[in-house]
Design a protein around this ligand. Structure first.
Ligand code: FDA
Length: 325
């Protein structure tokens, strides 16, 4: 039986856990990045391996009326030198965006800045990026990684946010703690990107069923929208997007008070539909050579994506229309 067919037979939850666990395998990453087979599929989710390759994609999104946040791919660096190199790549990216009159809005992972090596070294690195962003009146968002990083990420976010308000953070609806985290970030007038959560977390800390995660997402989204703290509603789920629209219409929340966010290459039809209806939509645009773990999480989110290795990458957009709330 072909590999694709074997994979299709796995329960979705098992498949998701398998793909997430494979995302940590450095030996597989080395094989994948060299393989010409993966390149066309990866290109669907990643705007290029270099800044020069990514810039035209960012410009094309801007011309189409979409906003962007740029992620210089990388996570869990193993040394201070690697963390410093990641900072340099961010500084070059921020300068290039600003010089070209593109949105100086970036997203980064704290383990890329050395969080697992040394907290104070990470904070120093992060502050170099924050200062660069502040210098061009831009914005930086700290992505959220697995639950063992949540406390440290929020702590670094608090320190950076006190220095410059244009620093946001991500909250994952999958985590049971997120309700309390949302309340404390709202109290600090912080800016939250709300997502479902891309990691395979244990039941002790996370909701494990889709319905429980979605219900928590809906609750947190309503709280953030009503609190008027410029939230980013990051999802491709048409039901949650329809729910967001019904909340903002009911509460009379202006379209400049929040934004939808989606990933590069995912549900491009929905990105445009929302933009055409007058909503602000920001696309998360990753680039860089360290694409393997990011790419594996994208496969895990929609295990059917694995089958695109044997098909056309065009099958990635499933045209589910916007549902009623
Ligand atoms: P859901 O998984 O239910 O998907 C809804 C529909 O969207 C699917 O039916 C499918 O049509 C489409 N879809 C979703 N993912 C797809 C994919 N990979 N390929 C093809 N179609 C897909 N997570 C995290 O833990 N920390 C973070 O910092 C971030 N940051 C972040 C930024 C932005 C802008 C977005 C949009 C998402 C994140 N995420 C994240 C990822 C997030 O947690 C989640 O894993 C994905 O967004 C998928 O969940 P949805 O909300 O789209 O719903």
């Amino acid at each position: 039986m072909a590999l694709n067919e074997n994979l299709r037979l796995l329960p979705q939850r098992t498949m998701r856990s398998l793909l997430i666990s494979l995302s940590h395998r450095r030996s597989l990453a080395r094989v994948a990045v060299r393989s010409p087979l993966t390149r066309p599929i990866v290109a669907r989710f990643v705007a290029g391996e270099t800044l020069q390759e990514a810039l035209p994609a960012i410009l094309a999104l801007k011309r189409a009326g979409l906003h962007t946040t740029v992620d210089v791919l990388g996570e869990s660096v193993g040394s201070r030198d690697q963390a410093a190199a990641a900072v340099d790549r961010y500084l070059a990216t921020i300068a290039a965006l600003s010089e070209r009159d593109l949105d100086p809005n970036v997203s980064l992972k704290l383990t890329q800045m050395g969080l697992e090596i040394d907290r104070s070294c990470c904070l120093e690195n992060v502050m170099r990026v924050v200062e660069a962003v502040r210098g061009v009146s831009g914005f930086v968002r700290f992505d959220m990684e697995n639950h063992t990083m949540t406390d440290a990420t929020l702590e670094v976010w608090r320190a950076a946010h006190e220095v410059y308000p244009g620093v946001g953070v991500v909250i994952q609806a999958a985590l049971r703690r997120s309700s309390a985290d949302v309340d404390s970030i709202i109290a600090a007038h912080g800016r939250v990107r709300l997502c479902k959560g891309a990691y395979d977390e244990p039941a002790s800390v996370a909701y494990r069923t889709r319905s429980a995660v979605d219900a928590n997402y809906a609750r947190l989204m309503e709280r953030l929208l009503v609190a008027d703290v410029q939230p980013a509603i990051a999802t491709h789920d048409p039901r949650l997007i329809a729910k967001a629209i019904s909340i903002v219409e009911r509460e009379g929340i202006g379209r400049d008070r929040f934004e939808f966010q989606m990933l590069y290459g995912v549900r491009r039809d929905l990105q445009r539909t929302l933009m055409d209806r007058g909503y602000q939509v920001r696309i998360y645009v990753p680039y860089g050579t360290e694409w393997y773990p990011y790419f594996m999480r994208r496969l895990a989110e929609r295990p059917a994506n694995v089958t695109i290795f044997g098909e056309s990458a065009g099958s990635l957009d499933v045209h589910v229309p916007l549902a009623s709330p």
